[in-house]
Write a protein that binds this ligand. Sequence first.
Ligand code: IPD
Ligand code: CA
Ligand code: CA
Length: 266
Amino acid sequence: MSGGGARDAILALARRLAREAGALQRERYEEHHEIDTKSAAVDLVTEVDRACEALVVAAIEKERPGDAILAEEGGGQDRPGAEWRWVIDPLDGTTNYAHSYPRFCVSIGVERAGRSEVGVVYDPLLDELYHAVRGAGAFRNDRPISVTEEPELSRALLATGFAYDRRASEIDNLDHFGDFLKSSRALRRDGSAALDLCYVACGRLDGYWELKLQPWDVAAGSLIVEEAGGRVSDFAGRALAGSAVQILASNGHIHEAMREVLRRSG
Ligand code: IPD
Ligand code: CA
Ligand code: CA
C-alpha cells in the first residue's frame, strides 16, 4: 500500500479505536473504580485505563501486526525497524476519571520514521473527535478547526498541568504558574494534556505549557495543534523531537511572549 493509502487506513483504524475505547470510558464512568498507584501516590491507574489499552492494542495487533506500539500502561510491542509506530494514551485524565470529573479522553498518535503523521483524540462525554493528518489540516467532528488570532498575552486564556513528582521535586511549575497568572487573562488546570492541546487547536484556549510529559500525552495533540495553524515547541523554541520534557503550544502569535515569561521564571 502507498504511504497515502496506508495513512488513510491508519486514520480510519485510529478513529474507530478511539471511539470504541471512549465508549467503554463513557459506559463505566460513574461506576466504582479499582484505583492503583504508579510512580507516586498521586499517579493513578484504573481498571478502565487498562481495559482501554487492551482493546486498542489487541485491535492494532490484529489489523497491523508489523507496527510498533508504545502504550502508557505497558501493553505495546517495541518492534525496531517498523515503519509505523502507534503512541497511545488509553485514558488521558485518569485523576479526573477516578473522581468522576468529566474531562478525559483517548489519545492515539501514529508516527512514520519518527515523525507524527496521524493524530486522533476522542472526548467521549462531549462526543468530540479531533483528528489531524500531516499536511491535511485539523478537524473536530470532521469540521475544520483553527487556533485563535489573539496577539496579546494579556488577553489570552491559558492552561497548564502539574507532574506526578510534584510532592518531591522542586521543578514543580509553580513559578511559571504564578508568572502566567499575572500576565494572562486567566489560567486553567483541567487534567488532560491531550484535550488541552486540542483546545488550543480549536481556539478554546490561546496557549498551553507543561513540564515532564510523556510521548503518549502529546503525540496526537501536538500534530492537531500544528495542523490547526498553531505552534508547538520546547521552552527554547525548538521542535519537540519525541520527548516532551517541556512543551509550549500556542496560537503562534503569543508564542514568543509565552517563551519570555517561561525564561523569566525558569
Ligand atoms: C496526565 C494528564 C494531566 C497532566 C499529567 C499527565 P494521565 O495524564 O494529561 O493533565 O498534567 O502530567 O500525566 O496520567 O491522566 O494519562
Ligand atoms: Ca496522559
Ligand atoms: Ca493515561
